[in-house]
Design a protein around this ligand. Structure first.
Ligand SMILES: NC(=O)c1ccc[n+]([C@@H]2O[C@H](COP(=O)([O-])OP(=O)(O)OC[C@H]3O[C@@H](n4cnc5c(N)ncnc54)[C@H](OP(=O)(O)O)[C@@H]3O)[C@@H](O)[C@H]2O)c1
Length: 240
């Protein structure tokens, strides 16, 4: 793959302790990027940071100063920042009668409030320096809804709306904004579901986190005159 000068660049990855964020971090490391990784799970994050020689920030992404601190760490350690993978996320679904409203609101803080802070913080920096790439991890449910998943879909619709407006604002610059829109990926996101979506949605072969990581590196490897605003990736059996 043409890696378009990616080696030596610096990426910040949120939600890097498991699933998609972890796979993306590993893929970017393979491509020669230097990394700042963040999540709450100290042990897991320490392990992946030692494995990849990455800088570590154990933090809750909903703390209001974390995005600025992440950028500061990247600049202090590596004297540059080229990419942010805005990936940390949570899911809360359920029927009207039983969905936990407090957990829904906690999800909104992670998927919307924190994701917005990360996006604005890094895109301001990228505009100041004249280049950079914001990759927002949205979902197929950033483009459509399902009964019982409206609140989660709403958080991803919100991220899609911000991404599209930011993309328009930075048109003509060397700053890029991309939404990655996965279908079902086998991660820990659904670990508490009584029926796992592989069974509930009859998708016996879900995507693997590495499938999403490969797509992220494809997006980053494009030449400067090419921008990819949205990339949807679905399992072969997914009827959407
Ligand atoms: N799996 C899917 O089918 C699927 C499909 C479409 C989109 N997505 C999106 O993909 C992204 C990654 O999810 P995943 O599937 O890889 O799930 P995952 O394995 O559960 O990973 C979620 C990551 O987000 C971090 N995180 C969650 N809440 C956080 C908080 N308050 N502060 C800091 N970090 C937090 C978690 O780390 P700690 O727990 O260590 O903090 C973890 O690293 C999410 O935005 C999700 O909506 C997933």
């Amino acid at each position: 793959m043409d890696t378009n000068g990616l080696s030596g660049q610096v990426a910040v990855v949120t939600g890097a302790s498991s699933g998609i964020g972890l796979a993306v971090a590993r893929q970017l490391h393979t491509l020669g990027l230097r990394l700042v990784l963040t999540a709450r799970s100290e042990d897991r994050l320490s392990r992946v940071c030692s494995e990849l020689g990455a800088e570590r920030m154990v933090a809750d992404i909903t703390d209001r100063d974390v995005p600025e601190r992440l950028l500061a760490v990247a600049l202090a350690r590596f004297a540059r920042c080229d990419v942010v993978i805005n990936n940390a996320g949570a899911i809360e679904v359920g029927p009207i009668g039983s969905i936990d409203i407090d957990k829904v609101c906690a999800m909104v803080r992670v998927n919307v409030e924190a994701a917005y802070r990360v996006a604005y913080t890094f895109i301001r920096h990228f505009l100041r320096q004249g280049y950079g790439h914001v990759i927002n991890v949205s979902s197929v449910l950033g483009t459509k809804v399902r009964p019982t998943a409206g609140a989660y879909a709403g958080t991803k619709f919100a991220l899609e709306a911000l991404s599209e407006a930011l993309r328009m604002e930075v048109a003509g610059t060397q700053v890029s904004v991309t939404c990655i829109e996965p279908g079902l990926v086998l991660t820990e996101l659904h670990r508490d579901w009584p029926v796992h979506p592989t069974a509930g949605m009859n998708i016996p072969h879900p995507l693997m986190p590495e499938d999403i990581a490969r797509c992220v590196s494809f997006v980053l490897a494009q030449p400067r005159h090419v921008k990819i605003p949205r990339l949807m990736i679905v399992p072969a059996e997914h009827q959407i």
